[in-house]
Design a protein around this ligand. Structure first.
Ligand code: FAD
Length: 377
């Protein structure tokens, strides 16, 4: 006889692990599937750190979500006994009228968030590792920091299993068809009947029935870790903030202080388009040299020996907002794709939101910007 569950979660990375936990804690019969053994380095959730920030330059609509996400990360920390969130403060750098500074300020003002504007000698005195030019100002938010993505996925899955979820690793879900009042999923471990499903397959989303006019674009991203060549103590997470820098109009790079693994830096976007199973995972010398040029100009003391590098994947929508909502062609399926390069911080709350959607509960957030049906040119 075919196994039957209330909800199947397809993909147990950042978003799927949080969803499985939220559903299992509601007392539902949950089966989670992953083609790999999460946490793993083949999708979007590896590299030991992810920025969390509140004064959201992309849109104020994200602020209530990140506030709830933060509470849930702290709860996951308590429940799992694992450190997940490190508060370092966050420094946004760029032209005062650029999208990063103006957008962060707008969100901070609308939501009454604490922030400081810094410029000139005061900016250099407070954060001596950075070398901003005369047209660059800073916006500092004290509650920002970074999360540990691998530990978070592991913690959520361990607690989901403890709450009764069945977790199937190294198990591919190939598709679904409508069966009775639910779905029949085809998996590499056999068929499974699920009342509802949450599709949280990260960069593999393009393999599934389309939900928008344009499929998501999968973008290769390179992360680099450096050993600073001078003033090393100034780069540690005890002292340095996470940062994002609009170094040229609309072009961003970011970094995370050294917490034992080196000073991490990466560009935000500007990667080549690819696919998760064929992406080139070797970091080229030119890519390192390009980032070194940025460091030489903006953070020269960071430009020491390269300690490590890794390739990761963004799943981009055309407007760079997430995809969260019911599948337009199959309302028994919840689409959950919080990426475009900024989704990890929200995984905890969006797991809760997806669990709401899968159980007919109206989520308490404005999700219009993430509607899978939104018109795309
Ligand atoms: C380099 C880089 C830096 C980033 N920095 C930040 C940051 O600082 N802050 C931030 O908030 N966000 C950041 N992000 C974005 C964030 O990491 C992603 O938004 C988030 O990790 C996406 O999680 P996900 O659950 O959608 O995907 P994933 O975690 O990749 O999970 C998808 C899972 O689905 C599984 N799967 C796929 N297909 C199937 C199938 N058919 N059957 C079964 N299982 C399947 C995969 O194996 C995988 O485990 C960054 C991303 C990258 C790449």
């Amino acid at each position: 006889m075919t196994r039957s569950v209330d909800v199947a979660v397809i993909g147990l990375g950042a978003a799927g692990s949080a969803t499985a936990l939220s559903l299992a804690r509601r007392g539902l019969r949950v089966a989670g599937f992953d083609r790999h053994t999460p946490p793993h380095p083949w999708g979007s959730t590896h590299g030991r750190s992810r920025v969390i920030r509140e004064a959201y330059y992309e849109s104020p609509v994200y602020v209530p979500l990140v506030q709830r996400a933060r509470d849930l990360w702290l709860q996951l920390e308590r429940d799992s006994g694992r450190p997940l969130l490190r508060v370092t403060g966050g420094l946004m750098l760029g032209p005062p009228d650029g999208s990063l500074i103006a957008g962060s300020r707008h969100s901070a003002e609308i939501h009454g968030l604490p922030f400081e504007c810094l410029e000139g000698s005061e900016l250099r005195r407070r954060f001596p590792i950075f070398r901003p030019g005369p047209d660059t100002v800073g916006l500092y938010e004290p509650r920002a920091g970074f999360l540990d993505p691998e530990a978070a996925v592991e913690a959520a899955l361990t607690l989901a299993r403890a709450a009764g979820a069945e977790l199937w690793f190294e198990t591919l879900v190939r598709g679904w068809e409508t069966r009775g009042d639910g779905l029949l999923l085809t998996t590499s471990a056999g068929p499974i009947h699920a009342g509802r499903a949450v599709l949280a397959v990260g960069p593999w989303l393009g393999e599934w029935p389309p939900h928008q006019k344009r499929p998501p674009e999968i973008e290769r991203q390179v992360m680099l870790w450096f050993t600073p060549c001078a003033n090393r103590s100034q780069f540690s997470a005890e002292v340095a903030p996470v940062f994002i820098w609009e170094w040229s109009r609309g072009r961003l790079f970011y970094g995370i202080p050294d917490h034992g693994t080196g000073f991490k830096v990466a560009r935000h976007h500007e990667g080549v388009l690819t696919a998760p199973d064929t992406v080139d995972r070797t970091v080229g010398e030119v890519e390192v040299a390009e980032l070194r040029e940025l460091l030489a100009r903006c953070i020269p003391d960071a430009n020491g020996s390269l300690r490590e590098s890794a390739v990761c994947l963004y799943t981009n929508t055309p407007d760079r907002h997430f995809t969260v909502g019911l599948h337009p062609a199959e309302p028994r399926v919840v689409l959950l794709s919080p990426c475009s390069g900024h989704g990890f911080k929200f995984a905890s709350v969006l797991g809760e939101v997806a669990a709401d959607l899968a159980t007919g509960v109206t989520p308490g957030f404005d999700l219009a910007a993430f509607d899978p049906r939104r018109a795309m040119a």
